[in-house]
Design a protein around this ligand. Structure first.
Ligand code: MTE
Ligand code: HPA
Ligand code: MOS
Length: 777
């Protein structure tokens, strides 16, 4: 059905061979991780004389700064300097999409935790002591906490966006059933194990090297240059790996790196700034809370004919990535369903919370929660199961998304039907029914969650990458790309690609740190596209080198280059093994003065999007899948456990089964956490209440479903996916949405008066209220 396109000859050539790689492979980092030897920013060997910095931040969510007294702090022994906006030689501006965010507050503060000054001292301890000695006088201004309040007050980040397909207004006239409602999904703390941080060192001539825990080294480089008022080439950013990012370090790793560099600029000394957990929780943004209202219309045979939704995104006090995240909410507003008449609108609401930011799924999960809620509401009122409506509306080949892209290689029904048959849905249903019949205090609930997630940066110009490949004299290989390893296993995948092309052992290949002087002008590692973009660039570079090496071998063997191949570390001629080993071939290439370095560029073909029409083809492809989650609710206590999560996932042709499975399982649990227990809470003054792990509950071993079963869907993959192995980073997070509805179904089994609510997370408190409430008259 799907043909390889001409631009993809490299893939096509590999297609026949890559089966050797489609086995389970260990993450390259697992050895050093387990031994505690992996290096993070906090482990950098610091230079003698390095200073340590701590951020002084706003204690108020909104106000005018009347006076700050730094004198006591400055007088403390060991304090070197306190820097404020007045010390910024360039622009006091870190906004990536919209220039609306100062690095340091000037005359006003806009959220609790907003950086005001940087205290630089001989030790971190002294800097913290000094922070306590600073007094600040702030005149209060009105505080906006919720998106709804912001909307009422006309407080927005930018203009609203609207996607439209068909005529939803008119389509409601032909609907048998129409339902309206409101939903809320809360934010989510990234809780990367490694907190935000950076280390800056002075080099000669005013150059600065920054070691940063960032997903976007170029963003750090660009913003540092802007703030310091110097050229980008004076700033080198280096990243070895992150102890998790989850989107929280796509944009929000930048300020700390810039601050460290600013201090280095002034003091000509190395400066280390690593946030402790409390500071990180308070100062950084999270997943965006969304308040949304929908209207859904269905025909008699349960086809969704019309869907309207307005999303209120709680953006926080500055734009950060909110506009792009809002856009992705619209792209995923209909999940994996075909709806012929759709009107979606998103408003990025400016509030006095820390600027909210990218988080796995990038606004997609928030969009999908609303249509799942609308379906559940409709099902409850009509008196059918949500599953019936979900199944009746699954996307088909050549259906059009509201943004104009025509769905191809659709696996919505395939994954759904596979889940039903593989997991023997009839017996699952029977189990739940029997259990609920025989138990009065415990009730089970089950829910299906289909997913459809678009792969590519929604901002088309960002979809490119480069790879720099060196083959060293001894035959070992070093690769630099823009890919940032954050636990997702991208380095291992890139090693596999090179090993495949050169047919040499994985151990012969090293991934270098991600560094802006080796690979420049890069997009962040995000949008689940890191392996596709950087992997394709690597594939290209390796193939060019391979062709060069084949020429060298063909000259030696006096044959044509196309008679030569490389296999298992040897040169083959006409598929016969020769005496020439890989290392020998590299020596020959050196003697022949052949370049053993290649730098290749890859830009995703085909994709485009016209914002003036809100139509186009923004995604290289979509990832599909279906999860079935079953829960048991303790109807005395309101607590719950997850019996199982059964998933059919569309990996395409997975090139690293172990890594990809890890991504699915991790994302599933992260999604369940978001939907069920992780409750971010700010008080009305804008202070973060859930400011420690004692007040912010994330999934632990007991929250994980007792059985997690993931079955790969056998699909063709996609030519735009690296080696047809589809992107896997974000999509499975949305399987967790099923947990919300599974719990709700269990509550319904206990309490026939339960009035469905769509207010995530579904914490045990809310479950308990639901179990014993009476339907309003
Ligand atoms: N997995 C781990 N272990 N750690 C992470 O920080 N980030 C997620 C996902 N999986 C993340 C992760 C997010 S938000 C994205 S966008 C992708 O990985 C980024 O990597 P990829 O593009 O290589 O999938
Ligand atoms: N996903 C993740 N990060 C991004 C995107 C996206 O679509 N666009 C800009 N940054
Ligand atoms: Mo992921 S939210 O695109 O970093």
């Amino acid at each position: 059905m799907h043909k390889n396109k001409s631009y993809n000859i490299l893939d096509a050539k590999l297609d026949a061979e890559y089966t050797a790689l489609k086995k389970s492979i260990k993450n390259r980092d697992s050895y050093t991780h387990v031994r505690g030897e992996s290096l993070y920013v906090d482990d950098v060997n610091i230079r003698q004389g390095t200073f340590h910095a701590v951020v002084f931040d706003s204690p108020k969510a909104h106000g005018k700064i009347k006076h700050i007294d730094y004198s006591k702090a400055e007088a403390l022994e060991g304090v070197e300097r306190i820097l404020t906006y007045k010390d910024i030689p360039g622009k006091n501006q870190i906004g990536g999409i919209i220039p609306d965010e100062p690095l340091f507050a000037e005359n006003e503060v806009h959220f609790c935790g907003m950086p005001i000054a940087l205290i630089i001292a001989e030790t971190e301890f002294i800097a913290r002591e000094a922070r306590r000695l600073i007094t600040i006088d702030i005149e209060d201004l009105p505080v906006i906490i919720t998106a709804k309040d912001a909307k009422e007050k006309g407080s927005f980040i930018n203009e609203p966006r609207t996607f439209n397909l068909g005529d939803s207004e008119k389509a409601f006239e032909n609907c048998e059933y129409i339902f309206e409602g409101e939903t809320f999904s809360n934010g989510q703390e990234h809780l990367y194990i490694e907190a935000q941080g950076a280390y800056a060192e002075p080099l000669e001539n005013g150059n600065i090297k920054i070691t940063s825990s960032t997903q976007g080294p170029t963003a750090v480089q660009k913003t540092t240059a802007l703030v310091l008022g110097i050229a980008m080439h004076k700033i080198e950013v280096d990243v070895t790996r992150l102890g998790g990012g989850f989107g929280g370090k796509e944009d929000q790793a930048t300020p700390w790196a810039v601050m460290a560099a600013l201090a280095t600029y002034h003091l000509n000394q190395s400066v280390k700034l690593v946030l402790n957990r409390h500071d990180d929780l308070r100062m950084t943004g999270k997943r965006h809370p969304y308040e949304s209202s929908y209207k859904i219309g269905l025909s008699k045979d349960l086809k969704i004919l019309a869907y309207q939704v307005e999303f209120l995104q709680n953006s926080g006090a500055a734009a950060d990535l909110s506009p792009a995240i809002a856009e992705r909410t619209l792209f995923h507003a209909t999940n994996s369903y075909y709806v012929p008449n759709v009107t979606t609108k998103v408003l990025s609401c400016k509030t006095n919370l820390p600027p909210n930011t990218a988080f796995r799924g990038f606004g997609g999960p928030q969009g999908m929660f609303v249509i799942e809620s609308a379906i559940a509401r409709a099902a409850d009122s009509i008196g059918v199961s949500a599953r019936t409506i979900q199944e009746a509306n699954l996307l088909d080949e050549n259906d059009t998304f509201s943004y104009g892209q025509v769905a191809k290689q659709v696996e919505a029904k395939n994954s759904w039907n596979s889940a039903k048959s593989l997991f023997e849905i009839e017996s699952l249903d029977q189990e739940v029914e029997d259990f609920n019949k025989n138990n009065s205090v415990f009730k089970k609930g089950m829910a299906f969650m289909p997913i459809c997630f678009g792969i590519s940066f929604t901002n088309t110009p960002m979809n490119h990458a480069r790879a720099l490949v060196h083959i060293y004299l001894d035959g070992s290989v070093g690769i630099s790309t823009a890919a940032v390893e954050m636990g997702q296993g991208v380095n291992t995948k890139i090693i596999q690609i090179a090993a495949q092309v050169f047919s040499i052992p994985l151990e012969s290949i090293k991934i270098e740190s991600t560094n802006t002087t080796r690979v420049a002008n890069t997009s962040p590692s995000a949008a689940s596209s890191t392996a596709d973009l950087n992997g394709k660039a690597t594939l290209k570079a390796c193939n060019i080198l391979l062709e060069r090496l084949k020429k060298v071998a063909s000259k030696y063997h006096k044959v044509n280059p196309d008679q030569v191949s490389l296999k298992d570390g040897f040169v083959y001629v006409d598929h016969e093994k020769s005496q020439v080993e890989w290392q020998h071939l590299i020596s020959m290439a050196m003697i022949e003065r052949v370049a053993l370095t290649e730098n290749a560029h890859y830009a995703t073909p085909e994709i485009h999007f016209d914002k003036s029409k809100e139509k186009g083809h923004p995604f290289a492809y979509h990832v599909y899948g279906t999860s079935i989650i079953t829960t048991t609710v303790d109807c005395m206590r309101g607590t719950y456990e997850f019996d199982s999560a059964k998933i059919v996932h569309d990996y395409g042709k997975s090139m690293s089964k172990g890594i990809d499975l890890g991504q699915v399982e991790g994302a599933l649990i992260q999604g369940i956490g978001w939907m069920t227990m992780e409750e971010i809470s700010y008080n009305e003054d804008g202070k973060l209440l859930s400011n420690a792990l004692s007040t912010y509950k994330i999934p632990d071993l007991f929250s994980v479903p007792k059985h997690v079963e993931t079955v790969p869907l056998e699909t063709d993959g996609h030519v735009l996916a690296i080696l047809k192995s589809k992107a896997v980073g974000e999509p499975p997070l949305m399987y967790g949405i099923g947990a919300y509805f599974a719990i709700q179904n269990a509550i319904k089994a206990f309490n026939p008066n339960y009035n469905m609510k769509f207010h995530a997370p579904m914490t045990p408190e809310k479950v308990l209220m639901g179990l014993y409430e009476k339907k309003p008259d």
